[in-house]
Design a binder for this molecule. Sequence first.
Ligand code: TXA
Ligand code: MG
Length: 351
Amino acid sequence: MRHRTLKIDSMIETRFESVAPGNPDPQVISEAAEILRKGGLVAFPTETVYGLGADALNEEAVKKVFIAKGRPQENPLIVHIADRDQLIDLADEIPEKGLHLSKEFWPGPLTLVVRKTFLIPDVVTGGMDTVAIRMPDHPVALALIREFNGGIVGPSANLSGKPSPTTAMHVLEDLRGRIDMVLNAGPVEIGIESTVVDVTVDPPLILRPGGLHKESLEDIVGPVSLAATKEQRKRSPGSVHRHYAPRARVMLVPGGDSAVLGRLLAELRQQGKAVACIVHSREMARVETGSLFRVLPAPIDFYARYLFRTFRELDQEGVDVILVEEVAEQGLGMAVMDRLRKASEATNETS
Ligand code: TXA
Ligand code: MG
């Protein structure tokens, strides 16, 4: 499938500003908001990953986001808000279950897909009649949105197809010269993107598993389904594009299966490949040591927090293949497995 992607035509200077995560300098926030008002691009931290901000109601500014990321124009963006009141301008109607979820989990790693109002330009939604909205749980993001006084789009601040940035340095690696400013507030907390839930249907449908667990959603609104069929996945265009992939080929190894890990390592090395591993279980941790053998802390929150970062680091080591230990598909593990599968599909497609 071919996607329409516009090319960047000139480089600009990217300002890098460090702020205290819990208490950002109002002067810096005010300058960042001014850049947004003028139609510029500012990368900002959220609790999930760093986002690339632009004025959601300024068509030209939103177009620049697609260009800077090299993102296919069909893939719609999330609008970030700081106050529930902002919903009135953006959403046409919010079903009861959507309201419950927003009251319970905002600010937090939950994105709601609702019917949009005419105010939102088509570039934001890829021409769809719905819009994705989220209130991030990060003082810097909230301060920026409040100071700007409007909704800002916020795709992950990476080049399209690369792992999402969990530090401001990752943003610079990908977008230096393409955006106006990066607000650095250190590493993010969750490390994996928000859960995207379509509440225009009942039961609500998870289009992308993420930082908020399915189980937590169900505690509030009862059964929730997970987009499984191709038709359902098409409702979230982002999930059918190449995604979350390091440059190296990613191969998955069943959790705890050190025999398979050992066999794959031997085979690949015999073929002359530079192989790295990302594991977490005790069984797997015993297989090897060394800088290309990364043992992430076992609790799933840590695995999620360090996964994208480890992909990027291993890419810089120039490895050919990354063998990754699978995790149990529950809680945050559902989102982690979703990203791992996409990374392995994407890298196998292109290799
Ligand atoms: O945690 C996050 O959600 C981060 C931070 C920065 O907020 N943002 C993020 O945005 O991950 P992005 O653009 O990388 O992913 C947005 C996802 C895509 O899969 C996109 O297809 C889907 O949300 N999406 C956006 N608008 C949609 C809509 N109207 N209907 C269905 N899916 C939509
Ligand atoms: Mg993304």
